[in-house]
Design a protein around this ligand. Structure first.
Ligand code: DAH
Length: 339
């Protein structure tokens, strides 16, 4: 028996040494240590050993098994090390090859302009609130003091879904929706898409974007409106920008104004960009009409506020000196890459 054990041991070690790959090594494991392996068979024939010698022989078998396992483990480690070295030698990376280019998209000029506007107002403590693009006539017109017979409601200006529902023609309905919620004070801007039944040309599109602004609190005056928009214009177009408030009419504000900024191209002297006037119009604004406050559930004796609205495309066109609005919608990559 002892000789058989010795033979198994020597055979096993020789076979392990001769194994060239992990599969061969595993075959050796199965043929010796496996259920039907030689060493297992030897253990099963233990009864042939005289009883007094069994414990010592059992111990010998176990030691042999442990030794074979150790030799096998070492061989495996060596093999893995060799394989790794081979791979390191063959799979050389040429660090001088040009890297794979990551084709990243980037923001549309409209989005860049919007994020700039948002950054400025968020910095002044405003919230950004969104409203629906498909809107009730009630919010788009009625609650903003635009009654049934108003020319803004003409079918030539507005896309009607039915008598009561329209594609919103302005972001101003979000004013009414926010006031109605009843949480005061309000400091919000509301960017979004608006729709008008317009032909496409260099300055018009049936779908474009606006940013609305609304502030409601106690003791808000026209001075707050002026200061806020002056600060906004300076942040957006540069520290030297001047603003001019021209009286205007909007149904939902009283008094109302249009705001011009001094031309940032010529500094106000007059150039091709500002059509010689030195001024560029950027938005409409005013003090929220008391009747609008009432219709939205706010007491005009206690609260006052201001509102403003601007075309986002207009801001993007001005900021990036683009002279045709259609370029913003064509998504021509040669154009978009420039921003
Ligand atoms: N909604 C107006 C428009 O589409 C723009 C506007 C003007 C909004 C004055 C305002 C405002 O909030 O106070 O022409």
């Amino acid at each position: 028996m002892k000789e058989r054990l010795q033979k198994i041991r020597e055979d096993a070690i020789a076979k392990i040494k001769a194994s060239k790959n992990p599969e061969a090594l595993n075959d050796v494991r199965v043929s010796i240590l496996g259920k039907k392996g030689e060493l297992t068979a030897l253990l099963k024939s233990m009864k042939e050993v005289v009883p007094e010698e069994r414990p010592a022989f059992g111990q010998l078998v176990n030691d042999t098994r442990a030794e074979i396992e150790r030799v096998m483990e070492d061989a495996k480690k060596q093999m893995e090390q060799m394989l790794l070295e081979m791979r390191l030698k063959t799979e050389v990376i040429d660090v001088t090859l040009p890297a794979k280019k990551n084709c990243m998209g980037h923001r549309h000029p409209n989005t860049i302009a919007l994020e700039e506007v948002e950054r400025i107002f968020i910095g002044m403590g405003y919230e950004v609130i969104e409203g629906p693009e498909v809107e009730y006539d009630l919010y788009n017109f009625e609650k903003l003091n635009i009654p049934a017979n108003h020319p803004a409601k003409d079918e030539q200006d507005t896309f009607y879904i039915n008598k009561e529902i329209v594609l919103r023609t302005q972001t101003s309905p979000v004013q009414a929706r926010t006031m109605e919620k009843g949480k005061l004070p309000i400091r919000m801007i509301s960017p979004g898409r608006v729709f008008r039944s317009d032909e496409v040309d260099a300055t018009h599109s049936p779908s474009f974007h606006q940013v609305e602004g609304l502030v409601i609190d106690k003791n808000i005056t026209f001075a707050d409106l002026k200061g806020t928009l002056e600060e906004f214009a300076k942040e957006l177009f540069g520290e030297d920008t001047k603003t001019k408030f021209r009286p205007h009419h909007f149904p939902f504000t009283e008094p109302s104004a249009e705001v011009d900024v001094s031309c940032f191209k010529c500094g106000g002297k007059g150039c091709r960009f500002c059509k010689g006037s030195g001024w560029i119009e950027i938005l409409g604004c005013g003090m929220v009409h008391p009747h609008v406050l009432e219709m939205c559930g706010i007491d005009p004796e206690e609260y006052t506020g201001f509102a403003f609205g601007m075309g986002l495309e207009r801001i993007a066109l001005l900021k990036y000196e683009i002279d045709d609005m259609r370029l913003l919608y064509e998504n021509d990559i040669r154009f978009l890459r420039q921003f």
